[in-house]
Design a protein around this ligand. Structure first.
Ligand code: ATP
Length: 136
């Protein structure tokens, strides 16, 4: 068993992170789960949230939404629909997306589909603002 993990985090169009790490925490669609060296093989779908990984004393955060994660042989592959490091995040855009989603959720006469979309858009925006704030 290796004492570290290899993390590869990518979207369909971009390799966002490739690193040797000590621990990874992943936002699965059923909740967050942690991966340490020696973890059993696993395939999970991703929700909306932060991937956090630790390398030595440093912790890093990436906002992700949708996709899947695979753990096998001390390698963690995260293929996300969207992924942004703190440096990638446009805060003003995320604030606008949050405000739009909140306004939709506060409105009346919305159907179920619009409600679900607004909840997901709000979760993406809030996650992006959280990850951006961690860079400060
Ligand atoms: P918006 O309404 O602002 O487009 P969204 O949540 O609908 O937000 P997504 O569909 O999740 O956006 O993402 C579309 C693309 O834009 C992805 O490549 C994603 O990484 C990027 N993106 C979305 N919001 C931001 C942001 N605030 N800063 C940087 N990149 C962003």
């Amino acid at each position: 068993m290796a004492d570290r993990l290899t993390l590869e985090l990518a979207t369909p169009t971009k390799l966002v992170v490739t690193a040797e790490v000590d621990e990874v925490v992943v936002p699965g669609s059923l909740g967050y789960f942690g991966v340490l060296p020696g973890h059993a093989p696993l395939l999970a779908t991703l929700g909306i949230g932060e991937v956090t990984y630790q390398s030595g004393r440093e912790q890093y955060h990436v906002a992700v939404s949708g996709g899947f994660a695979e753990v096998r042989n001390d390698k963690v592959i995260v293929l996300a629909d969207t992924a942004e490091t703190p440096a990638d995040i446009d805060r003003a855009r995320a604030e606008r997306a949050r405000d739009r989603a909140e306004a939709r959720l506060a409105g009346r006469g919305q159907d179920e589909v619009d409600y679900g979309r607004a909840v997901a858009a709000l979760a993406r925006a809030v996650t992006r603002l959280q990850v951006a704030a961690r860079a400060q």
